[in-house]
Ligand binder design. Structure first.
Ligand code: GTP
Length: 364
């Protein structure tokens, strides 16, 4: 990994953590999307650790949805070795509007990123590209098989952006390179963003900059990238991290058979656990339980006798009765699953039983 080059001014980051996380419901009724646990740590902690690894220590969180949950948890960022500043919106201002709302903290080139993206992009290399092109905006581009649910970005042979097409129908797909939600921006472009108005990068600022002939570039990269905003993708991310297909600066990589237990975990000698698995503190796993990774079990969970668990993420305080079978599922905080129940490809929360939402089975 490259460090961000010196002696130029240190790069600041703005993380957009505003959406209600409608695609992750019902899990996000109680937990704002940036706080959903990934390997038992809030998602946003992984992003902060990733930025810190690039010496991006000055991070502005642009918040609009339940900001107090995030502010109470992270405070000034000191415990994470970073300096956090909050730019809170009274009403959601959209992606560009949220950054405009943080303009007073931005005096140099900065990185802005969607708060639901997990990536291993090399920001230092992207910054070198941005500077080499003398770009006003550089948009990270990632290649996907089916770009119809995303915004495609057409570039010329030099990487200069020619056109944006948001969520194209199959007949309008001209490239598989999509906007990855990670941008390098010069602060001067914010003069085109209206104050206190809902305004988006994708539909507002970027097309306007093209019309004005400003240098907007696309930076294609091939490293890990995932938008964790749906149950499938969220489960996928946890499994990829467990299987070391993705790496988080926050956690040591696991090998295939690793079973990582936090403190005060009690496992009955007759229970069988096949890794990779992460088990939170104070969990109790009863006799003849069978756990086959990739599996994440949050703190204070109880796994009943002869229960079988395969490809699953359990949040905190989940109680699973005896003889239950869980496969390809996510179980929300404090959910109780009755004895002998079966949950396959589902999301379950205390108020929403068996919401079958996981359409694509995770395979590896
Ligand atoms: P759903 O998950 O479907 O609710 O959408 P979302 O709004 O969370 O995601 P979307 O892809 O529309 O937004 C991309 C990123 O920008 C996400 O990280 C959002 O949290 C963030 N975002 C979207 N709108 C706002 C906003 O009004 N204010 C702030 N601060 N961030 C926003």
């Amino acid at each position: 990994m490259n460090w961000i080059e010196r002696p130029s001014a240190p790069l600041k980051a703005v993380i957009l953590v505003g959406g209600e996380g409608t695609r992750l419901r019902p899990l996000t009724y109680w937990t704002p999307k940036p706080m959903v646990p990934v390997l038992n740590r809030p998602f946003l902690e992984h992003t902060i650790a990733y930025l810190k690894n690039y010496r991006v220590n000055n991070i502005i969180l642009a918040l609009s949805y339940r900001p107090e949950v995030i502010q109470n948890y992270f405070g000034d960022g000191n415990n994470w070795g970073v300096q956090l500043t909050y730019a809170v919106e009274d009403n959601p201002l959209g992606t560009a509007g949220a950054v405009k709302n943080a303009e007073r903290y931005l005096d140099n080139t900065f990185v802005a990123l969607n708060g639901d993206i997990f990536t291993e992009i090399d920001i230092a290399d992207m910054l070198a590209f941005h500077r080499g092109k003398k770009a006003k905006v550089t948009i990270a581009l990632t290649w996907v098989d089916n770009p119809c649910a995303f915004g495609i970005v057409e570039t010329d042979s030099e990487g200069k952006v020619k056109r944006f097409v948001e969520k194209p129908s199959p007949s309008r797909v001209t490239t598989n390179w999509i906007n990855a939600g990670i941008y390098l921006l010069e602060p001067e472009v914010l003069k085109y963003v209206p104050t206190n108005t809902h305004y988006m990068f994708e539909k507002g600022l970027f097309p306007l900059l093209l019309e004005l002939g400003e240098p907007v570039y696309g930076y294609p990269f091939s490293g890990y990238w995932l938008d964790m905003g749906t149950p499938e993708q969220y489960l996928h991310l946890n499994c990829d991290l467990l299987l070391s297909k993705a790496k988080s600066t926050l956690v040591n990589s696991l090998s295939k058979d690793d079973v990582c237990c936090d403190k005060d975990v009690i496992i009955h000698p007759s229970a069988e656990i096949v890794g990779p698995a992460v088990i939170g503190s104070k969990c109790r796993i009863e006799q003849k339980a069978y756990i086959k990774g990739p599996v994440v079990i949050g703190p204070d969970c109880h796994i009943g006798d002869s229960t079988s668990l395969e490809v699953a993420v359990l949040w905190e305080g989940v109680k699973i009765g005896a003889g239950v079978s869980l496969k390809q599922c996510i179980i929300g905080t404090n959910t109780k699953i009755e004895a002998s129940d079966q949950v396959i490809n589902g999301v379950v929360t205390p108020a929403h039983t068996k919401v079958a939402q996981i359409k694509n089975t995770y395979s590896w």
